[in-house]
Design a protein around this ligand. Structure first.
Ligand SMILES: Cc1ncc(COP(=O)(O)O)c(C=O)c1O
Length: 393
């Protein structure tokens, strides 16, 4: 049996939807983008939704629209995709890493305040794997120190924190529509916000800095050229992508339900394996289960902080575990990078691997199990059985 790590959910509805822009000839940002944005803003209950070409672009534009400048410091956890941190660098601002809580993979809120300086201007909480960061203490600190909060909700469309949609709690929230995310448009992203000025700035900056969009120009006075008063980018989503996005949003309820059901089965079947820590969902949170990520270590040991030698030895064993699953046709991947250990950041900021021990441990010992809405009972129980019998493999 071949079990992939993830699989996008497409059917004839996406195939049909993409024909409309193809036939009309309007394939760039236009009416389908507007429709997709309206659907996402209604769904998340955010006043504004502005699409972009990727989650990275959404984060970049959000930082710019929030007024982050060169030299400003932005607090972020290192256990994430490098694409969370890169946009801080694009601006010439400085990422200031704060370690994670290994039980949730999200920023350790008890460590944020000690990292705030007079240069700190923003916090980017990352909702890892679809579980929200503990937003209330973050929002409280942001208020106290006048910081912007930009949620990296790239993995968390459909997740909730205390009754509120992931992405809708801070100044801006960013989503991605890459094929491994909750829904996909191939590539693509979206910023949601309740702040009119942020929304307006994003709209302008994604479109070369033009004061009006191409669609507006065609609908109104096509002979008037736009003004360009700010430096802009080309970070636009196309109508081809958005026509798929509209159909994907119709499936989101089903996708969330299936992911939750599959996660519950993994929980029940794997909870008694003493060498594996399954994902934890604190009270008041709804996990979107973009990924089901375990730690190849008992949680007690993970909390106690093993030393580097122990970590290396466990890391080798985790890799062996992943290799054996691969032999059985089961794809797995590590959860995420520890960004402070990747070449660019390590050398630029002279960071030591051991500086953020929980992130390092999560990087070296995490394992993402296959999970996709189409996964059937037989496939999932095959994965479970191979995991349970791994020691005999
Ligand atoms: C947590 C996180 N943030 C940001 C990104 C960047 O999103 P995109 O690939 O759409 O640029 C990713 C991509 O995987 C991610 O995992």
């Amino acid at each position: 049996m071949k079990i992939p790590i993830a699989k996008p959910l497409f059917d004839e509805s996406e195939e049909q939807a993409i024909l409309e822009p193809l036939r009309s000839g309007w394939v760039m940002q236009g009416p389908r983008v507007q429709e997709f944005e309206n659907i996402v803003s209604n769904y998340t209950r955010a006043k504004y939704a502005k699409s972009t070409s990727s989650g990275t672009a959404a984060l970049h534009l959000s930082l710019l629209a929030c007024g982050i400048n060169p030299g400003d410091e932005v607090i972020v956890s290192p256990f994430t995709c490098v694409a969370t941190v890169n946009p801080i660098e694009y601006i010439g601002a400085k990422p200031v890493f704060v370690d994670i809580n290994p039980e949730t993979f999200n920023i350790d809120v008890s460590k944020i305040e000690e990292s705030i300086t007079e240069n700190t201007k923003a916090i980017i909480p990352v909702h890892m794997f679809g579980l929200c960061a503990d937003m209330n203490p973050i929002l409280k600190l942001a208020k106290k120190y006048k910081l912007r909060v930009i949620e990296d909700a790239v993995l968390a469309l459909g997740a909730f924190y205390k009754g509120r949609h992931a992405g809708s709690l801070g100044d801006a929230g960013c989503f991605s529509f890459h094929p491994r995310k909750m829904i996909t448009t191939g590539e693509g992203g979206m910023v949601i916000t309740n702040n009119e000025e942020i929304a307006h700035n994003i709209e302008i900056m994604r479109n070369y800095g033009a004061s009006i969009s191409a669609l507006q120009r065609h609908q109104r006075k096509f002979y008037v050229l736009p003004e360009y008063n700010v430096l802009g980018y080309n970070y636009k989503m196309t109508d081809l992508q958005a026509s798929i996005g509209v159909k994907q949003m119709e499936k989101l309820g089903f996708i969330l339900k299936k992911r939750k059901q599959l996660a519950k089965i993994y929980d029940q079947e794997l909870k008694d394996l003493e060498w594996l820590t399954i994902p934890k969902v604190p009270k008041g949170y709804a996990h979107a289960y973009n990924s089901y990520v375990c730690l190849f270590i008992p949680i007690k040991l993970a909390r106690d902080r093993i030393n580097l030698d122990q970590l290396q030895s466990m890391h080798r064993k985790r890799n062996e575990f992943m290799r054996k699953l691969e032999e059985k046709g089961i794809a797995t991947v590590p959860g995420a990078q520890a960004v402070h250990t990747v070449g660019y950041y390590k050398s630029k900021y002279r960071l030591r691997e051991s500086e953020f021990p929980a992130s390092l441990m999560a990087c070296k010992l995490s394992i993402t199990l296959p999970l996709y809405p189409q996964m059937n009972h037989e496939e999932q129980y095959y994965v479970i059985s191979c995991i349970k019998h791994f020691k005999k493999m």
